[in-house]
Design a protein around this ligand. Structure first.
Ligand code: ATP
Ligand code: MG
Length: 468
């Protein structure tokens, strides 16, 4: 964080200082909520959780070097006491980002926020010091903590924003007002909670409404391939830039293909030039994510060549997203168990099919080990059925559907599409899937593991990797 005195912090958050002998002492270290992350000069933020009360750690964090605690009651060590710690944290973040010399880039969407945020960070940091959301810390606590980790050297601050309902993105964008706002897509993630796609679009579009007008440098970067995102152009006075595979997009991909290892390759077109990209990441959905990142980088003055090189070298920074590992015995495990929705299921199956083309020559087969896609509301049956059918159409060798009725729907889709009998298996849980695969896998096989977060299918990938 940029150095601020305890007196200044107390004033910004409207708090009372308690047990602070010298209010001119500065917070110089990170602002943290986890006592294990405290460093000398830290500000420790004491949240009251369901199981843990941060206030209980006050003495220990000061002992470890924290300058003070941001708390909701006096704790007997230096503290700034406020009514509501979360509101205070937000106010502090807002104050600090106004003083930073950094350009704020915020992004939201139904799928691919973390992947795209990681891509943007890996491209921008080639140009100047960049701070970005670690993992998926995209809510009202993670976002200010990330913003507060920026320093005076930071030039780009890249923030993932998650929306759980109307007003949520507006709140986040008010804490850390972005200059560049990117909307990736409006899918069906959390559709059960929102009520429908239009409501999701309404909530995500709050990001572009929050941007400054074009004359003040505001830029809305929108997915031209997604009609609900494209329509958001009418909700902003910022400059609009479109990315996508459609011919009208400002930043677009031509000659998109998957290499025989399942990695996307394309020719990147920007308004100032073209360059070829071959990604290290797997799955064609990353083309859209890469174009979004390219549009951001282009706005921030990078050339097509610089962007293409960075995109071609970018790796995954977040785990369990299309993590490809080859075992010593030649079996390849593709762990995409972080999460799943219909769009990403299709993309992952297509990547598996492309990898299968290459492995077939060596006698290998492809396996899709899939579990349920959560939060689909009324569309659940049709979407699981469609994924089962797609596995057949893509020539996947075997489908192992894991779990309850959604798994049954996956298997039924495969049965109805291709009269699949033995080619698809329905098992009740992850352990059963592991037992089956352990006895069946042979060198050259490629295994995709994917389901919604709540299914926890990464255990299957991990067990298979441990046996190899
Ligand atoms: P969360 O809401 O959990 O933070 P997120 O939006 O940050 O999710 P990621 O973590 O990047 O998304 O990816 C989640 C899943 O969606 C992964 O399985 C990934 O393969 C898939 N995915 C990534 N990008 C896209 C995309 N552009 N379209 C569809 N699916 C995608
Ligand atoms: Mg995320």
């Amino acid at each position: 964080m940029i150095a601020l005195s305890l007196a200044e912090i107390a004033a910004v958050v409207g708090g009372q200082t308690h047990d602070i002998p010298d209010p001119s002492v500065e917070v110089t270290g990170p602002v943290v909520r986890d006592s294990r992350e405290v460093a000398p000069g830290s500000l420790f933020v004491a949240f009251v959780g369901e199981r843990v009360d941060g206030h209980d750690y006050a003495a220990a964090v000061v002992e470890a070097g924290a300058a003070a605690v941001l708390a909701s009651r006096p704790v007997g060590v230096p503290a700034i006491v406020v009514d509501d710690v979360q509101t205070a944290l937000g106010a502090l973040a807002r104050h600090v980002v106004h003083r930073l010399g950094a350009t704020l880039v915020a992004l939201t969407g139904s799928a691919g926020k973390t992947s795209t945020k990681d891509l943007i960070a890996q491209v921008l940091r080639r140009k100047a010091p960049t701070v970005f959301t670690p993992g998926s810390l995209n809510n009202e606590i993670g976002l200010p903590l990330t913003a507060l980790s920026a320093t005076a050297e930071t030039r780009f601050l890249v923030l993932e924003m998650g929306a759980r309902g109307i007003g949520h993105i507006r709140y986040l964008a008010d804490l850390t007002p972005p200059k560049i706002g990117l909307v990736l897509n409006v899918g069906t993630a959390h559709i059960g909670e929102f009520g429908g796609r239009e409501q999701i679009a309404q909530a995500k579009g709050e990001l572009v409404e929050s941007l400054p007008p074009a004359a003040d440098g505001g830029v809305a970067i929108l997915n031209a391939d997604d009609p609900l995102v494209r329509a958001m152009a009418s909700r902003t006075t910022a400059k609009t830039v479109f990315f996508g595979e459609s011919g009208e997009a400002d930043v677009r991909a031509e000659n998109v293909r998957l290499t025989d290892t399942g990695q996307p390759a394309f020719r990147l077109h920007t308004p100032s030039g073209c360059s070829d990209v071959t990604m290290r990441l797997y799955g064609e959905h990353h083309v859209s994510n890469a174009l979004a990142a390219a549009a951001v980088a282009h706005e921030l003055g990078m050339s097509a060549e610089e962007i293409a090189t960075a995109l071609s070298e970018a790796g995954s920074l977040s785990r369990w997203r299309m993590e490809v590992t080859e075992r010593p015995d030649g079996v390849t495990i593709v762990n995409d168990a972080y999460n799943a929705n219909p769009e990403s299921m299709r993309a992952a199956l297509r990547a598996l099919a492309a990898m299968g083309e290459a492995s077939r020559a060596k006698g290998g087969r492809t396996w899709a080990v899939l579990g349920k896609m959560a939060e689909l509301g009324d569309e659940a049956l049709a979407e699981h059925d469609a994924v089962g059918r797609l596995a057949v159409r893509l020539n996947v060798g075997k489908l192992v559907a894991v779990g309850g009725r959604e798994a049954a729907w996956l298997q039924l889709g495969a049965y109805n599409e291709g009269s699949w009998g033995e080619e698809s298996v329905h098992v009740s849980d992850a352990q059963a899937a592991v037992d089956l695969l352990r006895s069946e896998l042979r060198p050259g096989d490629v295994v995709l593991v994917k389901a919604s977060r709540s299914v926890g299918l990464e255990t299957v990938a991990q067990a298979l990797l441990a046996t190899g």
